[in-house]
Design a protein around this ligand. Sequence first.
Ligand SMILES: Nc1ncnc2c1ncn2[C@@H]1O[C@H](COP(=O)(O)OP(=O)(O)OP(=O)(O)O)[C@@H](O)[C@H]1O
Ligand SMILES: [Mg+2]
Length: 463
Amino acid sequence: MLKGYKSRLRKMQAVQRDSNGGFRTNVEAQVAETQLVRVQQDIISSSVKTAKLSLVIGTRTSRPAVTTAELEQSERTIDNRRQQLLYAISRMNGAKAVAESLAKKRLFFSSLPAMAEPDKRDQDLLTSNAADLVPVETPWRGTPRSPLFLLETPYCQLIPFSPFDPGLSDANMLVMAKTGGGKTVMVQQFLLMAARSNPLISILERGDSYRPLVELMGGRMITMSLDSEQTINPWDLPEGEREPSKDQVAFLKNLTRHMLGEGEAEDTQLLENLITEAILRTYKRAAIRPSTPIPTFSDLRDELSQWRDEEKNQRVMDEAHLAAIKLRSWTGEKGVYSKLFDRPTTISLDNPWLFFNVEQLSEWQDRTEWHNIVAWQRLAEIVGEYVAKGSKVYVEGKLQTTSWEDRQSGARKYRTEIVARDLLLLGPRENSGGDHQRPTHNENQDQPSHAGSGEIVDQDIPF
Ligand SMILES: Nc1ncnc2c1ncn2[C@@H]1O[C@H](COP(=O)(O)OP(=O)(O)OP(=O)(O)O)[C@@H](O)[C@H]1O
Ligand SMILES: [Mg+2]
């Protein structure tokens, strides 16, 4: 209940702000705000239970109207009664009423016995004029003090606008239209106008529709692909700076989280803190290397894989090691995206107009990775019998890393395998037709104590 009230309160407060964040008088919203605060106070301070109730109330006259004069009279009567109803309800604690003008028929039917259905309409809108919600028509004044772009209205009026105006809360702009609608043409016009103040412009686009403009402006065209030699190291610091700014750390943290994937991390805060701390440590460690004082994502991966948590918190250590494993596809020799991110910067960025054509990045790249899969007992028998080189299988299991000492060199070696728990044979079987999928399950794996041959112990493992 409170959540609903809070969101309504936020809406009522938002209605009282103009596009610059300044105060705008809206008496209806002010009244609603006061009432909503009072109701929430009541709910919080008392032990009274609250419930949400929605009512459809109809008004009518008692006599049928036959003549036009009677009809007009009836309409006035109904109008009056509606006003009285709205007033009566607005005086009830926490209640609000809206005169319905759009969905009368639907609401009337839903008010009949056994026809009830929840009214999903959001009635907090205090205007029925959609244009009130979007400042696209006059009298929108734009940003009079920053005339970076000039927009022409259908009435041949020029409106100055700059997304960088200090009065706006952020500088993002979104241009939406269907394909071929002229988005690129419009953005190119914006960029041309903006060019007067010598900005730094980076264009990311699939395809090269910005090429003529970028060429005209003497900019640089860069084709990005997984195999090209074009690298931008996100860890770069501005010329002369030795430590990362807060913004830089936050940027890298967000990028890292993106690389790790938006998993169902239960404890986002823990992961965020861990990554932030790891980024800072990575910068510190790299700074003392004379040859390459700027780190790369490989350094972050190494930092995470050797993570020592001061409080010896096992969860933190586990998260760090998991993050290090996930970063493998972005880093090092095997990383699919290493050439893009995980090397010192090769692209020269000293041109104010940069155009990155990312078309080739969107092409699906088929890469093979090899894994060792171990199956035991019943599963092993099934694999022996039905699985041949080239068969398609679906495997579910757990990761298991073992280490041993190399007899000759004495070095510690590691090996990670997937211990299969479930196996699904996909595709037709080699020697017989018929069923295409055979789910199998190794019961012994889950309950080793029930297994006839006993639990798998370290000595059983042949390495
Ligand atoms: N105002 C305009 N006057 C004349 N031609 C226009 C105008 N707007 C767009 N065009 C032309 O319409 C075509 C499509 O425009 P544009 O490439 O900008 O579309 P788009 O919205 O970027 O499409 P896509 O989603 O495919 O990228 C282009 O050939 C462009 O030159
Ligand atoms: Mg386009």
